[in-house]
Design a protein. Structure first.
Length: 418
């Protein structure tokens, strides 16, 4: 475009100064297509002959050229120049604005909004996929460290996505689904969960959704660890949406109206039970653990101790901490222990009240026996969920699926402790 720039400069400014290239497709055919009347301008044919095959021109000089053309009342040529510039300006999310003082660049609202929306959609999709991937890695984790690493990677991806303003891209239940995947993967980032709560609350208030979708949103948020006492506005929006859609009286509405909706409400517990029974997870006790340190810490709390053997996702243990007990909860699954630990931290439960440790039952009982003057109030042995009776549909009886095999050593240890 060097010759073209030279000719245009001579024609408009009377100078032969050249500028750094700025790519723009100049051709006679293109001018004829986008601005045919411009071809009637005096000497325009000479300009266009040298424009073919050119490479570009700095946009600030092109704007100055357009200003000069308008000052000379050569509006057709100025408009032709603008049409030639349009693709490049839109790609840069810019547009031209004319006034008496000249021509200047302004943000292109339409292009910018479309581009931002596309970026947000891609970021939201990546965040959802990252959370699901982290959950799958957590299910396969052999130790808590692997589960922690999976959760940290997912949290990093979601933080990047939130910077892209993904609110509009997370529609319907998607924010609550993302929150649940993150919670089950063991994420404990309270800022991320607060942001997803705001998005879910706006969805519940502003969008017309089906009754089933609203019910599932509220239930999955509670399964993800949201409590009505911590997020009253979120669950108030859910209650209002359920009433607006004519939801019949149910455990959901009852607990929402009482102000104590949480993981321990019936429907959220059922979601957690379904996840536990449908997802395969590794249950391999590590060769060593920090259970002894946990017992010492809990024994110094001054509260009666409950030992939960085979705690699963820790729902029972988390509930007992709210009734004045210190709880040692152990399980062979790193996935379950990570979910419970992250939830306890999000609920800001001190480690002197609840400790979740991946280890075997024998090791936990031995650690409790090694601490002098320990006050063990209860020992829960694979405490069964009330939904266990539903497992008969899968061909597994409650007794076969949920009872722990107690060896003589474990039985003796329990007798000595209680």
């Amino acid at each position: 475009m060097a010759k073209a720039c030279h000719v245009l400069c001579l024609a408009v400014f009377g100078t032969g100064q050249l500028f750094v290239p700025w790519t723009c497709p100049w051709t006679v055919a293109r001018v004829a297509r986008v601005a045919p009347r411009a071809l009637a301008e005096p000497d325009i044919d000479k300009w266009l002959q040298t424009l073919e095959g050119t490479e570009g021109w700095p946009k600030d000089q092109l704007l100055l050229l357009r200003t000069r053309l308008r000052q000379q009342r050569r509006y057709r040529l100025a408009d032709a120049l603008l049409e030639l510039l349009r693709p490049r300006l839109e790609a840069a999310e810019l547009w031209v604005e004319d006034d008496q003082g000249g021509t200047r660049l302004v943000p292109h609202r339409g292009a910018s909004a479309a581009r931002r929306s596309a970026r947000a959609a891609r970021a939201a999709k990546a965040a959802r996929q990252g959370a699901v991937g982290a959950l799958q890695r957590s299910l396969k984790a052999e130790n808590v460290e692997e589960a922690v690493a999976a959760a940290a990677a997912a949290a990093c991806g979601v933080r990047r996505a939130l910077k892209e303003d993904i609110e509009a891209a997370l529609k319907g239940r998607q924010a609550s689904d993302l929150a649940l995947s993150l919670a089950l993967a063991g994420c404990e980032d309270r800022e991320i969960f607060a942001s997803l709560a705001q998005i879910s609350q706006k969805e519940l208030l502003a969008r017309q959704r089906s009754l089933v979708s609203v019910q599932q949103t509220v239930e999955r948020l509670a399964t993800a660890g949201y409590r009505q006492q911590d997020f009253p506005g979120l669950f108030k929006a859910g209650e209002a949406a359920l009433k607006r859609l004519g939801c019949p009286q149910s455990s959901n509405l009852r607990d929402l109206q009482m102000g104590n909706y949480s993981l321990h409400s019936p429907r959220p517990l059922l979601w957690l039970f379904r996840h536990a029974t449908r997802q395969g997870r590794r249950c391999i006790p590590p060769t060593s653990s920090k259970v002894h340190e946990a017992v010492v810490r809990l024994s110094q709390s001054g509260k009666p101790l409950v030992i939960d053997l085979g705690c699963g996702f820790g729902a029972s243990s988390l509930g007992l901490t709210q009734h004045g007990f210190a709880v040692l909860a152990v399980d062979a699954s790193a996935h379950c222990i990570r979910y419970a630990t992250a939830l306890a931290r999000r609920w800001q439960l001190p480690e002197s009240c609840a400790s979740f440790v991946q280890c075997g039952a024998e090791e936990a009982l031995a650690a409790a026996q090694s601490v002098a003057d320990i006050d063990v109030k209860w020992i829960l042995i694979n405490f069964p969920t009330p939904f266990a009776v539903q497992s008969d549909r899968a061909g597994l009886s409650c007794s076969k699926r949920y009872l722990m095999m107690l060896c003589f050593k474990i039985t003796q240890a329990i007798k000595e402790l209680v």
